[in-house]
Design a protein around this ligand. Sequence first.
Ligand SMILES: C[S@@+](CC[C@H](N)C(=O)[O-])C[C@H]1O[C@@H](n2cnc3c(N)ncnc32)[C@H](O)[C@@H]1O
Length: 409
Amino acid sequence: MSEEMRVTVERLGHRGDGIAEGPIYVPGILPSEVVEGVVDNGVMASPRIVTPVEDRVSPPCRHAKSCGGCQLQHASDAFVEGWKSDVVARALAAQGLETEQRPCTTSPAQSRRRAGFSSRRTKKGALAGFHAKASDVLIAVPDCKLVRPRLAAALPLAEALAVAGTSRKAELTVQMTDSEAGLDVSVTGGKIIDDDFRVTLAGIAQEYDVARLAWDEEVLTLRPPFQTFGSAQVVPPPGAFLQATQEGEAKLLACVTEALNGAKHMLDLFAGCGTFALPLARLGRVHAVEGSKEMVLALDKGWRMAEGLRHVTHEARDLFRNPLLPDELTRFDGVVIDPPRAGAEAQVTQLAKARIPRIAFVSCNPVTFARDAKILTSAGYRLDWVQTVDQFRWSTHVELVAQLTLAKS
Ligand SMILES: C[S@@+](CC[C@H](N)C(=O)[O-])C[C@H]1O[C@@H](n2cnc3c(N)ncnc32)[C@H](O)[C@@H]1O
């Protein structure tokens, strides 16, 4: 049943929608704003703003209204930073944790160096971009304010790949990373590769000056697409995890380095390709553990070619099923742990027993972070501070880094 209503939005939901009493979901509306409109099934899809708040701003990107890539362009940076810090505070409070919360730092506009575009053939050619909000409709985003200009400028490449490699029904996922040697592109969802298509892809890679092009498992490398971690240059495997912005990575690394202050034999858990392990190897020995064998091999290769680093060892290991046990952990005096969204309950349970003096905890999910941090504080660790780091500006995604130290008994 639909009904015309006037409501006041009370809070933001985890997808960035305003929520009024009911609950009534009001997209694009901020807390304390009064709106009117038709409510259908608990959603006011087209609200008219009666009373805007001061934190409302004009979206900086001309695609914001239709594109689903960003959720919070209508809010000031100060509002978003406060909201993200609040999300962290609530997750901590739910576990009964208290600590110093440092002010959120946000990566600038046009700084995302990795993005997953979609691309599809159309009657006239092809269209590449992001999906519209909660929809499979594709929106062209040539002036996207989120990604580095080099990525936005590469949308015609994603379109050329769709023209060459899909039927009219299929949609390509084109993951692009702006490496230091040029574009690193991984494509899935297209046709099965054969000899003719291999030649076509090589031609596209040349024409668009791509450093590396992976089509499913097939990889064409024109120049190794490297990233610099400390003094090491690493070539991640196609599609591998990389911190979303260079600025965010630098902030996380500064916090991790601070948290591990004085440690000489460090452990990097969920190490990826060495984002933290390699810069930390200037300060002491590091053992890097990561689930993907290809990623630790890339890390190792980068370490071997670099100069001035202490010894870095590595291990490919599933840390959910097979966490490091206390007798493997006690030789370290500092740990950085950076798990995926699910957190690292199994590994943290073992860490709590090993009593390593310093832990730097990086997390992309405040809820699992607080759950895992509680295991550590219950075992005698102190949660010294939490820093919210926003690499995903204008989104509802929240990341943080924290320092935990063993309280002296
Ligand atoms: C958030 S990323 C962090 C990577 C790295 N610390 C960085 O900053 O680039 C999480 C990493 O955990 C790895 N991973 C996911 N599940 C895992 C598991 N069960 N065991 C070990 N590593 C896993 C992923 O491959 C990924 O590299």
